[in-house]
Ligand binder design. Structure first.
Ligand SMILES: CC(C)(COP(=O)(O)OP(=O)(O)OC[C@H]1O[C@@H](n2cnc3c(N)ncnc32)[C@H](O)[C@@H]1OP(=O)(O)O)[C@@H](O)C(=O)NCCC(=O)NCCS
Length: 164
């Protein structure tokens, strides 16, 4: 795939959103809408994509993060299905932690679906610890139109750690 290519991080633009929507719908049972993505860009959140150098349309992974007072809040991190398990999300998290550090964040916080073992494993590997649960935080229609409710696990980690 991108083995011999340099991967770069750049800002997501509104023009990227239609492609992000394709990935988003493949990746999530409760995908973000186009409007949510555009609102995040408009609000000035950290909206980052990973692409091979000189292939700005070939989005491999992306993330949205909100900066708060001394805290960064990870809202979305996604790897395109064809590029899973190649370390991209891990690289993205490192970049987001760096952005947090530059912006004086002390903690990074996130919510993850309790039924999302891949993401939970990713976060645990990166030193995130569970700090709480939000009951029925996610509610979305299932394949047969039924209403699915799922808890969110809230996790956090220090942006600056002594082992980095
Ligand atoms: C979660 C997600 C972002 C991980 O992306 P990725 O690029 O495949 O992750 P990485 O290759 O960087 O994996 C890093 C580590 O995370 C863990 N991990 C990632 N996917 C995993 C899986 N399917 N099962 C178990 N552990 C997994 C592993 O510890 C992995 O390290 P290893 O490959 O050396 O074992 C990806 O599965 C995804 O986009 N899922 C759909 C969207 C989503 O749920 N996002 C999270 C929202 S909270």
């Amino acid at each position: 795939m991108h083995d011999k290519k340099t991967i770069i991080f750049s800002k997501i633009s509104p023009d990227d959103v239609s492609l992000l929507q394709i990935i988003e719908k493949q990746a999530y049972p409760n995908p973000w809408s186009e409007k949510i993505m555009l609102d995040c860009i408009k609000a000035g959140y950290q909206c980052i994509k990973m692409t091979p150098e000189n292939e700005q349309e070939n989005i491999l992974a992306y993330a949205f993060m909100m900066m708060g007072h001394e805290e960064s809040h990870l809202l979305n991190i996604t790897t395109a299905p064809a590029f899973l398990r190649q370390g991209l999300a891990q690289k993205m998290l490192h970049r987001l932690l760096l952005i947090g550090r530059i912006n004086h964040a002390k903690q990074m916080i996130l919510e993850v679906r309790s039924g999302n073992p891949a993401a939970i494993a990713l976060y645990q590997k990166q030193g995130f610890k569970k700090i709480g649960t939000r009951k029925n935080y996610y509610q979305y229609p299932g394949l047969n139109g039924e209403r699915i409710k799922e808890d969110a696990i809230v996790m956090s980690r220090a942006v600056i750690t002594t082992d980095q």
